[in-house]
Design a protein around this ligand. Structure first.
Ligand code: SAH
Length: 194
């Protein structure tokens, strides 16, 4: 493994991620929105997350930071990065498939929204966020630069920290006791732990 191969793998994963998401983005456009929390805070958080997981590492991969914050490339770390990278792609695919027409990029309840509690949603309430954290870990292991490596964890971590409670409030409003019972038997992002 060389730094260039690690960057190509990272880029291949970004493209695969987009290929998984795109069909759902088109599909959900047709479903009307019944309730939304897509406010300024949400847009800022989406921007922070996009910068950390997308813009900063893309600039690094294509243009470099001129040696700034470079760390020595350790092939074993980059190989290890393949595990969370592939794990997150698998989880992205499962979560998009299972949420289907109920998925939104932001906080929204759609017409005829269905609460999904099966498949990977049986173990955690936010498996798509687990996938993003796995992705951020892969980014850290694959890219040999402190800023481009850590930006994903900080960017997505910020979105997660400010969003997850609001999302659960929205789901409680929409599904009441059904969601309360679901919360009681599941963890948020790490099965049985957290
Ligand atoms: N937090 C979830 C979903 C992320 S997508 C995860 O990490 O997998 C965000 C949208 O999914 C929100 O607008 C919310 O309405 C919807 N959502 C969250 N959990 C859901 C569930 N269990 N069933 C159906 N929709 C859900």
């Amino acid at each position: 493994m060389t730094p260039t191969i690690a960057k190509i793998i990272w880029l291949g994963c970004v493209i695969s991620w987009w290929l998984i998401r795109y069909p759902y983005e088109r599909k959900v456009k047709k479903n009307a929105i019944a309730a939304t929390r897509r406010d300024t805070q949400e847009l800022i958080l989406l921007g922070i997350s996009l910068s950390g997981l997308g813009i900063i590492p893309i600039v690094y991969v294509f243009a470099g930071f001129g040696g700034f914050a470079e760390r020595p490339f350790v092939p074993a770390l980059a190989w290890a990065g393949l595990v969370p990278a592939l794990g997150s792609l698998w989880l992205f695919w499962r979560t998009h498939k299972e949420l289907g027409r109920n998925w939104s990029v932001s906080l929204e309840v759609r017409d005829k929204h269905e609460l999904i509690t099966s498949g990977v949603y049986r173990y955690v309430r936010h498996p798509m966020y687990s996938a993003f954290f796995l992705w951020a870990i892969a980014q850290f292991l694959l890219l040999p630069n402190w800023v481009a490596g850590i930006s994903g964890i900080i960017g997505f971590g910020t979105l997660y920290a400010f969003r997850v409670g609001r999302e659960e409030e929205l789901m409680l409003e929409a599904f009441g006791d059904q969601y309360r019972a679901y919360m009681a038997r599941t963890a948020r992002i790490v099965p049985w732990v957290f």
